[in-house]
Design a protein around this ligand. Sequence first.
Ligand SMILES: C[S@@+](CC[C@H](N)C(=O)[O-])C[C@H]1O[C@@H](n2cnc3c(N)ncnc32)[C@H](O)[C@@H]1O
Length: 366
Amino acid sequence: MIENKKYVELLWHQKYDKVDLGEKTPIEKPNLPFQTVETINKPRIKEGVQQFLYPEDEWPKDYPKDWKNLLIWGDNKLVMSSLIKQGWAGKINLIYIDPPFFTGADFTVRTKLGDEEIEKEPSIIEERAYKDTWSGGIASYLKYMYERLVLMRELLAENGSIYVHLDWHVGHYVKVMMDEIFGYENFRNEIVWNYISGGISQKAFARKHDVIYLYTKSENYLFNYLKERKEKYADIDLAECLEDEKGKFIWYIRPGTNPKVPDGVKTYIDGFMQDVWQVPIVNPQAEERLAFDTQKPETLLKRIILASSNPGDIIADFFCGSGTTLAVAEKLGRRWIGSDLSKFAIQVTRKRLLDIHNSKDLMEEG
Ligand SMILES: C[S@@+](CC[C@H](N)C(=O)[O-])C[C@H]1O[C@@H](n2cnc3c(N)ncnc32)[C@H](O)[C@@H]1O
């Protein structure tokens, strides 16, 4: 029975099975020795000289030099409960997840062997996971997500953030569930990722966006605001709050009121980043492209990681797929933990991370 009249909760079949209603986190937590595929912390070598991520005197105080990043192969429910048992509760600064969406192709991957494109069928473990997740339709999916989100909350640091990437299939259900687990008051943003891709419909508006829900564990959270560069014309409305060179905030309200912009001249303005992100999907020619169907653009993850973490922080992606989050974390000097159920995903990620070390492909802050 719900006692607080303002409280709303989503109910699904078997939600409270094997659950002790008295406990806040009623999820079973086995502690299994998981298979860590890789602990990548090789020093970078450039022109034969060992490079460290930071000069000796700038080494972040929270980034121990003997730290080992973790790439773990296994079901993330077991991975996360084992991490909790092994002392990781409250230690992760930022979690991003991009869980499967009930597309029917969640565990089938297309990859390239030479010039030939092949489809890799799901393994028995993946098939089993697929059945567990979807056999009862949305209800079994919600149970699957609920258990995992509760574990993620436990792993998050008190000032940590979680970004959950979804689309129209289940986004609305998961939003209500996250209100329950993280608290409605800790909901910060619904980010709309708007992209251009093929595929149109004559029976509905073409679906060209995903949503990314941002929640924090508490109200004392880390947020580094970001700016974005927008193309503007002097003759359109510049109703935007901008910061001048002295750090003063100025509202530009009417057309032509910006003295620095002559009429009709094309100009660029750095404004505060808003919650609709127009970022291209990873096209087949893109340099970052890997043979992984659901790969997300590095630009998306760069924004998330810069906004909600500092160098040296620990970033986790428990549905890491091709390893986009971990690759961007690595390039931005963050520590990382990744897991995936699919061996193929782990292999792709492992190669991607090792390639960064070999190329020293680092990213700039900001
Ligand atoms: C949509 S993909 C993630 C793609 C990723 N964001 C990227 O940029 O490549 C979802 C991934 O979740 C993995 N997955 C699904 N269920 C899982 C589970 N229970 N534990 C761990 N990984 C799981 C799948 O194998 C798949 O690689």
